[in-house]
Design a protein. Structure first.
Length: 290
């Protein structure tokens, strides 16, 4: 069955309120479209967490892009997205126009402090303010729900978790593990922008994360050594590396010396395409490579 498509926040809220009045638990999966199996895994996770009805939002949020060309290039595949939602039994699709989310005169933004400043925040000014603003609006439009986000955007998930807790937003924020391609590349809507040669080069991230994970399993605990396992292949393959760090999984502060836990995070550029990935050592399964 094709999901019901809603285009304004009041219409979306009316629909979710009606579902809750019938006794349903609403699951929310916010996306920017160009859906892939990783997104659809979030739908399944919402149900696993108790949602009996699931809404997917499809909105390419202009506030979170720091470059106009990146916003313009972002893939938009609404009809295919709607078909994918139908295949997995999504009940509602909220697909607002930018003017519906940001009416004329809009001037209010939501910002999370320390968690937003490092990593992506340092390299993409204004990005997280755009993310937290739009997700606040989506959560308020939806009402009480179980909201599921992919942990490929690990920093984003931690920020949204903190935001909902700090502001008392009635939503349970869930992080779902990264879904990978068979060759180890983290699934991303941006992957479809990679030409074949760059798609092959992108595998350096998964190879580096796997090498670090294997070193961890052998007992390596030095932060610099673990980081270097990732940095070396990525520096060779990528045109530019924004960062490779080992950080604390909760505070996202860079780790030094011996560690007993750690999150490896990486961001780099292949031509105009920017990719990110991460691995929580001892927690996440290692990427399958080769």
């Amino acid at each position: 069955m094709t999901p019901t498509v809603l285009e304004t926040p009041p219409a979306f809220r009316e629909a979710t309120d009606a579902l809750r009045a019938e006794g349903h638990v609403v699951g929310l999966v916010p996306t920017m479209g160009a859906l892939h199996p990783g997104h659809l895994a979030l739908v399944a996770e919402a149900r696993r967490r108790g949602a009996t009805k699931v809404a997917v939002t499809i909105f390419v949020n202009p506030l979170q892009f720091d470059r106009a060309d990146d916003l313009e290039r972002y893939p938009r595949t609404f009809e295919a997205d709607l078909a994918a939602c139908a295949e997995v039994g999504v009940d509602l699709v909220f697909a607002p126009a930018p003017g519906s989310m940001y009416p004329e005169g809009f001037q209010t933004h939501v910002e999370v402090g320390e968690l937003s400043r490092a990593l992506e925040g340092a390299h993409r000014p204004g990005h997280f303010q755009g993310v937290t603003t739009v997700v606040t609006k989506l959560l308020l439009a939806c009402g009480p729900c179980v909201a599921v986000f992919g942990r490929k955007d690990y920093q984003q998930w931690r920020i949204l978790e903190r935001m909902a807790r700090d502001l008392g937003i009635p939503a349970t924020i869930v992080g779902h593990p990264i879904v990978r391609e068979r060759d180890g590349l983290a699934m991303s809507s941006r992957n479809r922008l990679l030409p074949p040669a760059d798609r092959e080069r992108a595998l350096a991230i998964a190879a580096g994360l796997r090498a670090a994970g294997e070193a961890w399993e052998r007992g390596e605990r030095d932060a610099a050594t673990l980081r270097q396992h990732v940095l070396t292949p990525v520096e060779v393959a990528f045109d530019r590396v924004d960062y490779v760090f080992l950080v604390d999984p909760e505070t996202l502060r860079e780790s030094e010396g011996p560690v007993d836990r750690g999150l490896l995070v990486v961001a780099g550029h292949l031509g105009p395409v920017r990719l990110i990935d991460n691995l929580e050592l001892g927690v996440d399964p290692l990427p399958v490579t080769g």
